[in-house]
Write a protein that binds this ligand. Structure first.
Ligand SMILES: [Zn+2]
Length: 286
């Protein structure tokens, strides 16, 4: 059985873009593998998470368990509340160009990650449309091309968001957590889901063990990675994991390459559902 791994690297914060991305570029370059970076283009309103934390006890538990202050940094925790929101990828056009120049893929993750993640169901269709307009214009401005893929912030979808995403010319989406690829029934676009857990959810050790045990069975897998985490405090365990995976004879491909090998008419057509996965603070699309 073939053994293929895709790295879906989400960039959610200004700090993650500034420090995590260059670190991961060096790591991946040294390992000789290429990843797919899903970029948050616009404001970093991470500080709003602090307000969320006061409302949602599961979130608080997760923040404490994952040692979020060390993970994201104190300043990041105030962006969008006490400090103004800096722009994320838009602040680092040279870094976006470097991602592509070094052979990786850049795709579209968000305009305002935090406001989607915290409030999508409450937002109007006009808000969602404007969110895509601003984000995709910023993506075009920094990369000089249209995004081929969208990865929804926090894997959070609703029917309106999916329909609006369906009209933006994406070749494939990576918006869900599921074991195998499928076609989004509502819009006819293939979905390449993240099937493995991330460090943030289970803790580094348990997640590492789970990932390795799932990879033992072979097949095609997508590992979700966060620039601010695996490119920050969890850089060492991430490198150890990549070393282990290398020893398991996996070929690392970009998500674009994996998606291009899919045959959409042979994939099942499915409707996503929202579910609370282990270690997550809020439900996500599965
Ligand atoms: Zn994200």
């Amino acid at each position: 059985m073939k053994r293929i791994l895709g790295l879906k690297i989400d960039v959610d914060t200004h700090e993650g873009m500034k420090k995590g991305v260059p670190r991961l570029l060096e790591d991946l370059g040294r390992l000789g593998v290429r990843g797919t970076f899903y970029l948050s283009m616009g404001p970093d309103a991470s500080g709003l998470a602090v307000l969320q934390l006061l409302r949602n006890p599961r979130f608080l538990k997760k923040m404490l368990k994952s040692n979020a202050p060390a993970l994201y940094g104190f300043k990041t925790a105030l962006y969008g509340t006490l400090l103004p929101s800096p722009l994320i990828a838009l602040s680092f056009p040279d870094l976006v160009r470097r991602i592509v120049a070094e052979g990786h893929e850049a795709e579209f993750h968000a305009w305002d990650h935090r406001r989607w993640q915290d409030g999508l169901p409450r937002r109007s269709e006009g808000w969602i449309t404007a969110w895509f307009d601003k984000g995709l214009a910023a993506f075009r401005q920094t990369t000089g091309r249209e995004a081929a893929s969208f990865g929804a912030p926090a894997w959070l979808l609703d029917d309106r968001a999916l329909r609006i995403a369906g009209g933006r010319g994406f070749a494939y989406l990576s918006c869900t957590r599921a074991r195998t690829p499928f076609v989004h029934a509502a819009i006819g676009i293939p979905e390449l889901p993240s099937d493995l857990p991330c460090f943030e959810e289970l803790g580094v050790r348990a997640a590492g063990e789970e990932i390795v045990s799932r990879l033992r069975g072979g097949g095609v897998h997508v590992l979700p990675v966060h620039a601010e985490a695996e490119g920050g405090v969890w850089n060492r365990p991430f490198l150890d994991l990549m070393e282990t995976i290398r020893g398991m004879d996996y070929e690392v491909r970009t998500l674009g390459e994996i998606a291009a090998a899919l045959t959409p008419r042979e994939l099942p057509r499915r409707k996503y559902e929202l579910a609370l996965l282990p270690g997550r603070a809020a439900p996500c699309a599965v």
